[in-house]
Design a protein around this ligand. Structure first.
Ligand code: SF4
Length: 188
């Protein structure tokens, strides 16, 4: 049974299981009604990995983008790309969601961009705030910041998941979709 659709994907039941990179992309999309190319790729493929169908994906992006642009423009400029990432256009490759390594290899986000890994791209203060929003307490936040200062960002993400699952999930995070799956099976 697939309960992932254009509407449910924005519900707390789903988004509370997102790793920080995906939360950041969703926040960017909701606040600006737009995401630039790399953001659309990173987030679109992540959502596809959650089981969002092409049809629901088109609805989801249209719902957000048409808060600032017309449906015509959306269909002309963005629909092709979404169909492309589901393997229906161009070279017809059925693209896989990006793992952390791929995400960390892409160019860093400029101002107004939301792709990338927040553990690398955010300032310490920004990160503190986000970790507190994720429900970590002060000690946990300090532990994560300490790990993060060593520069292995997937270790920080792994530690966050460990804290959020009260130590039950200890898998090393190498993929945002792995984080989501582990977090979701813990919270269900
Ligand atoms: Fe996302 Fe991977 Fe960074 Fe975690 S470590 S925030 S899953 S890119």
């Amino acid at each position: 049974e697939n309960d992932i659709n254009a509407i449910s994907i924005k519900s707390l039941e789903i988004t509370s299981n997102f790793p920080l990179c995906s939360t950041n992309l969703l926040d960017g999309l909701i606040s600006t009604h737009h995401l630039k190319y790399l953001g659309r790729q990173q987030f679109g493929l992540f959502l596809k990995g959650l089981g969002l169908s092409l049809e629901e994906s088109l609805k989801f992006w249209a719902n957000e983008f048409t808060k600032s642009i017309g449906l015509d423009k959306f269909e002309k400029e963005y629909k092709y790309n979404i169909r492309h990432s589901y393997g229906l256009e161009g070279s017809k490759i059925n693209y896989k969601p990006w793992d952390c390594r791929t995400i960390l290899m892409k160019s860093r986000p400029n101002k107004g961009e939301y792709h990338g890994c927040p553990y690398r791209d955010f300032s310490k203060d920004q990160l503190k705030l986000k970790l507190s929003n994720m429900g970590l307490n002060e000690n946990e936040i300090l532990t994560v910041l300490d790990i993060n200062s060593k520069g292995d960002y997937t270790n920080s993400c792994t530690k966050v998941l460990e804290f959020k699952t009260k130590g039950e999930v200890m898998d090393h995070i190498t993929h945002p979709n792995l984080y989501f799956e582990r977090m979701r099976s813990f919270s269900q």
